[in-house]
Design a protein around this ligand. Structure first.
Ligand SMILES: Nc1ncnc2c1ncn2[C@@H]1O[C@H](COP(=O)(O)OP(=O)(O)O)[C@@H](O)[C@H]1O
Ligand SMILES: [Mg+2]
Length: 362
């Protein structure tokens, strides 16, 4: 499928050092109009620095920032048409809700009627109708977050930057706000760069992810593509709980459809079609916990069945995450609907089936 949307924001080989330390090491990205793209990576990998560079608060050592076809490196932050929501909201505490939203348009000397219209429109957009006269300290965390969003969107920016916007909220509110953010983002169709270190948050909210590590882009793609085909071990383990099995390719079937890999858990058969592997190669098998079957499968195939002992149980209602000890190696297994399936207990001996369809890394 060819994406016809125009490029709204391009980062071209951005570098940034603080003293001797290079925080951003040649980051490039193509961000399309209306897209919600997320820089995802561990704390300290350079996400905030990148957002500050895009917004103009930080000057890169080299590299170009191109907004809607125009190089904006030399344009001041207020003139860029880019708005940033900070992690701590950075609202004006002495102003009301409306005062905060009105601030930008006033500085830009919008006509009075247009400002008032825009304030009402923004209050409605973030579902704060009627709360315009409240003081900031009279609002909950979630409401403050919505004011910050309204204030950023009031100026009709071309790009919205969100730096870990949900990290200060408690778990339930975080889910609600995530849905609301996504809903508003697609309703106004605003190109958005989101930053987080939370994999689940990133996976659920984004059109595409840019996985970062130590100032470098590791992989770019839609969440499902990265989840199913991580380019390396770091990404595989960062993007979710995974089992990484070390192994060596022992044989490949005549029709090239399957292969036997000897691993720490014994010999496993894997599907090999479309996979570029050769006998003798050392590989990693990426086994997702939700694809592992615990308990004897109804249709016994005797393929890829290993014996283990339950060593840890994390119960979360609709799912259970087990760690089973198999030949001294830990295997993470997700079981859905344990109420119906029957839960296993600590120390239980179990039969575990490893799927044949696993991701292979060289
Ligand atoms: N103003 C600064 N001076 C010195 N070092 C900084 C400065 N800003 C960020 N850094 C360093 O650059 C790295 C990346 O920081 P940051 O972009 O804030 O990471 P992230 O947002 O991904 O957690 C960190 O090691 C941080 O300590
Ligand atoms: Mg940060």
């Amino acid at each position: 499928m060819h994406d016809e949307r125009k490029l709204m924001l391009v980062l071209d080989d951005i570098h940034k050092s603080f003293g001797d330390f290079e925080a951003v090491r040649g980051v490039s990205a193509d961000i399309k109009e209306g897209e919600l793209i997320t820089f995802l990576g561990p704390s300290g990998c350079g996400k905030t620095t990148l957002l500050r560079i895009i917004s103009g608060l930080t000057t890169p050592n080299s590299g170009k920032i191109i907004l809607d076809g125009q190089v904006i490196n030399d344009i001041t932050p207020e003139k860029r048409g880019i708005q940033m929501c900070f992690q701590n909201y950075a609202l004006f505490p002495h102003l009301t809700v409306s005062g905060n939203i009105r601030y930008g348009p006033e500085v830009q000397k919008w006509e009075k009627n247009r400002i008032e219209e825009r304030v009402e429109e923004m209050l409605h957009l973030v579902r704060l109708d009627g709360l315009g006269d409240r003081r900031i300290d009279e609002l909950s965390g979630g409401q403050q977050q919505r004011v910050a969003l309204a204030r950023a969107l009031a100026l009709e920016p071309k790009v919205l930057l969100l730096d870990e916007p949900l990290s200060n909220l408690d778990a339930n509110l975080r889910l609600q706000m995530r849905d609301m953010l996504r809903e508003i983002q697609s309703r106004v169709n605003i190109t958005t760069v989101f930053v987080t270190h939370d994999q689940v948050e990133a996976m659920t909210i984004s059109d595409r992810l840019i996985i970062m590590r130590e100032g470098v882009v590791e992989q770019v793609g839609p969440p499902v593509a990265i989840y199913e085909n991580p380019d390396n071990e770091f990404i595989a383990s960062f993007i979710g709980y995974v089992n990484i099995l070390k192994g060596e390719v022992k044989s490949i079937s005549k029709d090239s459809k399957s292969a036997i890999v000897s691993t720490e858990l014994g010999d496993l058969e894997i599907l090999a079609s479309k996979k570029d592997i050769k006998v003798g190669w050392r590989v990693y098998l990426i086994v997702r916990p939700e694809t592992v079957i615990i308990g004897s499968p109804e249709e016994r195939t005797d393929i890829n069945i290993v014996k283990g002992t339950i060593r840890s149980i994390m119960y979360a209602g609709s799912t259970v995450k087990y760690v089973a000890d198999i030949e001294g190696k830990d295997l993470i297994i997700d079981q859905y609907d344990p109420a119906t399936q029957g839960m296993h207990g600590m120390g239980d001996k179990v039969m575990v089936t490893i799927p044949r369809n696993v991701h292979v890394l060289k």
